[in-house]
Ligand binder design. Sequence first.
Ligand code: ZN
Length: 579
Amino acid sequence: MTNNIPYDEIISIQRKANIVDIIRDYVPLVQKGKNYFGICPFHDDHNPSMSVSTDKQIYKCFVCGNSGNVFNFVMEYEKISFMQAVKIVAEKTGIDIDIKTDNKTYIDNTYHRLYDIYDIAYKFYQNNLNTTYGKAAKKYLTDRQIDDSIIKEFNIGLSPNDSELYNILNKKGFTDNEIIESAICYKSSNNMYDIYKNRIMFPLYNLQGQVIGFSGRVYDKASENKYINTKETKIFKKGELLYNYHNAKALARKEKSIIIVEGFMDVIRLWSIGIKNVVATMGTAVTKFQANLINKMAPNIILMFDGDEAGNKATQSYLENFGNNMDNIKIVRLEDNLDPDEYILQKGKDKMLYHLSHPINVYDYKLNSLKENIDFSNGKDISNYINLMIPEIEKVDDDIVRDIEITKLSNLTNVDKEIIKSKIKTNTNKEIKYKEKRNVKSNKYEKASKYILYRMIHDTNMILYYFDNLSYLPDELDRKLANEIVLYYKKFNSFNINDFVIYLEAKKDLINLIINIDDLNYTKEELEDSIDNYFNVIKESLYNNQINKLTNQLKNETNEIKRKEIAQQIVEIKMKESK
Ligand SMILES: [Zn+2]
């Protein structure tokens, strides 16, 4: 256990919280009988597959198998640590946790010196902008329609032309190594220098809203490097952040929509015209980490990358890599190769608002972007084009939408609708694939394992009985779970599944397993079976494994003496077994 919040306190938070109330904050739930159902946020779900049980205080998805208690849900949904999730649940339940509740406790403290450096730096830069020295920079910003409210909101600043920041950090007791590690200064022939000289400084933030880097822009001269970005440090990893995430998160959830742009200037400009549910990927190659974050921010995503060819490629690549759930992604393509910042400056706020209220769907986007290389007088070209679009149509679940898309394709190509339809495979349900994957035929050994675990969960006598008489299960995860149950029981001298799942914290494979086992339906008669019968099945598997292994060894062994040894071992195991 982490020592942030004591285990018994977490248990009491869970007892006071109602999982249905908490999950409802994230996902709409509908009551059916004793349980509640909602769309699972952890897989590409179209029908409510996630059930939430008030009795058991757990959630479980019948399709992807994700399950756990209220903390696991919040943790996975918000992509935060277990302890952060405990804190959120406590707050939502109105519990004052009687421990250090200042934010710092919950933020990774390992690199606090680096965070401190950035905290000092951005305040210093910001202050600079308001001095006489900052007048030219301020004018530049005003000319670009960046007013004081924007400067304040995004903490924009100015770096001086000397190494004053280094001197300040030095005086505050930071070592040269720490300062170099922060990537804010560098060392050359034994002297330390500021990296950013006379640039307008845009702070970059981590997901919690702490400053962890900068983008410095030239403003008073032409320069090859219009922007200098902080290089990656221990706290600044470009692929793991989204610019403006901390500000946009709550709003995106409320508005059920998040806009994705490439650059931080796009975010700032959109903010200035009142569009605030927006984040920037800080480049064209979106990482899996970023895509996961985006998916969890809001159910609807609008991709508005730059209007140039690179932005088009970025859109295509996003759809290819992360666009499985087509229904929820819409696209805005801006004319004249402009990025959103330039677009607003050149074409005005209203045109941008029009675009944002008329985004196109993925199908239409592909219909348009693939069409460009097609010669519509060439039959082969048309056939290729239709074949490229068929898989896109197959992804559409809604029959009506599907029919509309087929009509569009038919009109565009002058190919009969029925011919196009005949090429479309009936939608193989994605959910069936999941189920097949999970329901690998279970053999008698697996069945026996699950039964033994079930009995251990429901009868503490079985825990020690297992420990004394078997202490082995063939499947590694089953075995791990059994071990954890034994350890837990020995430590606390009691066992109940709710408290145990809390104890497992973030060990999701074990949590999913135990919740599944707990849901197995055994008849009363089955539960009266002697556990020894099941132990014997497992012992048989152990026995078979050993014999198989030795028989194989025997087959491959050429040394006569070693062959005899192996044969002897086989005889001994068989003797022991027949006793
Ligand atoms: Zn699911």
